[in-house]
Design a binder for this molecule. Structure first.
Ligand SMILES: [Zn+2]
Length: 175
């Protein structure tokens, strides 16, 4: 489906768990990149929206492309974000102005794979394992409202954890 905030929920939870080893920026860019195909399909009024991009094979190719193309974009956003935080005196929320090795790739791959998994639960035109099989065993495994609640809770838990970790860091600095 075209990119929604729900897709970011699991990413925020993973960010809370993995910290600097995982780039939430490349995760987000991967969400946008993978939904270009259904977005264009909607504009064209296409009958089937989720084609090759919403297969695990397509997700692998998109993650590779995002890993190589997103680094300068992510770096620019990160530096701007840090500059903005410093401007407002929020030093405890800043992170180093560089990415940990592998973090952009990890964000991109978890981004596209989790996207295909989530969309597989919702969309009847999905063929996530194509070209090996055209069935979608995950379709309808969880109701859409439940899925949205899980994504929102995961996102809020991730943000809360991130905030607590930043506060703990601040206390550590001032101790
Ligand atoms: Zn999608």
């Amino acid at each position: 489906m075209p990119f929604t905030p729900f897709h970011m929920g699991p990413g925020l939870a993973v960010k809370a768990m993995l910290g600097r080893r995982f780039s939430i920026l490349s995760f987000g860019l991967a969400q946008v990149a993978i939904d270009i195909e259904p977005g264009l399909g909607m504009l064209r009024g296409a009958e089937r929206l989720h084609g090759w991009t919403h297969t695990y094979l397509g997700a692998t190719l998109i993650a590779i492309a995002v890993t190589f193309l997103a680094a300068p974009v992510c770096l620019w956003i990160l530096r701007r974000w840090n500059a903005e935080l410093r401007h407002h005196g929020l030093y405890s929320l800043t992170t180093p102005d560089a990415f940990a090795p592998g973090s952009i790739g990890l964000g991109a791959f978890i981004g596209t794979y989790s996207h295909v998994a989530l969309d597989s639960l919702m969309h009847s035109d999905m063929r996530p394992l194509a070209p090996f099989t055209f069935s979608n065993v995950l379709l309808g495994a969880v109701s859409i409202p439940h899925l949205h609640v899980v994504c929102v809770v995961a996102g809020l838990a991730g943000i809360a954890w991130w905030g607590l970790a930043a506060r703990a860091r601040k206390r550590g600095d001032s101790a």
